[in-house]
Design a protein around this ligand. Structure first.
Ligand code: MN
Length: 197
């Protein structure tokens, strides 16, 4: 039977400051994500998903199994997409071309992505994903949902649960979302896109 472990962050807890504080990383990764991992490990024994992958659980399970596995999958994609030392301010290569093709420009994409994050009611995630033909789409997903449930490949995500920003920005979710562009590791996002084509 599988036991899930809390992912290691690919950067120091203070590396994303001032966009995301050490304090937020400490709670978000060390408390919230850790709780989802512990919860899932507690729910797996005796379930139909003892040896399943996270993706299989997210696509086939329901209730607590789905919610905790979904949150682990979402947060692993989320935390691994940031860097304190970005080498690019926007995507290049095939992903950069696809964003221009499907949204008109990188600026237009950013505006729509932020708007979808700001207007998502309650807790959830805004996603950039690729469909089977490589076409890019932005979706809003409630709670622990992930675009793989719709056959999409997730590339980039902003967490709009309050725990992601409340310590740093309080109620100002749009300001938090606008700041996140400063720490996106576009190289990682481009690699995710390349694996879909
Ligand atoms: Mn979160």
């Amino acid at each position: 039977m599988k036991t899930y472990e809390l992912m290691a962050l690919p950067y120091e807890a203070n590396a994303l400051e001032p966009v995301i504080s050490r304090n937020t990383i400490s709670f978000h990764h060390g408390k919230h994500l850790a709780a989802y991992v512990n919860n899932l490990n507690g729910l797996l024994p005796g379930s139909d998903f003892e040896d399943a992958t996270l993706e299989e659980i997210v696509c086939k399970a329901s209730g607590g199994l789905l919610n905790n596995a979904g949150q682990i999958l979402n947060h692993e994609l989320y935390f691994s997409q940031f860097t304190g030392k970005p080498t690019q301010t926007k995507p290049a290569n095939a992903l950069g071309e696809a964003i221009d093709r499907d949204f008109g420009s990188f600026e237009a994409f950013k505006e729509e992505f932020q708007k979808k994050g700001a207007t998502l009611f309650g807790s959830g995630w805004v996603w950039l994903s690729a469909d089977k033909d490589g076409k890019l789409v932005i979706t809003q997903e409630a709670n622990a949902a992930n675009p793989i449930q719709q056959g999409l490949t997730p590339l980039l995500t902003f967490d709009v649960w309050e725990h992601a920003y409340y310590l740093d920005f309080q109620n100002r979710r749009p300001d938090h979302l606008a700041a996140l562009w400063q720490i996106i590791d576009w190289n990682t996002i481009e690699k995710r896109y390349q694996q879909t084509t």
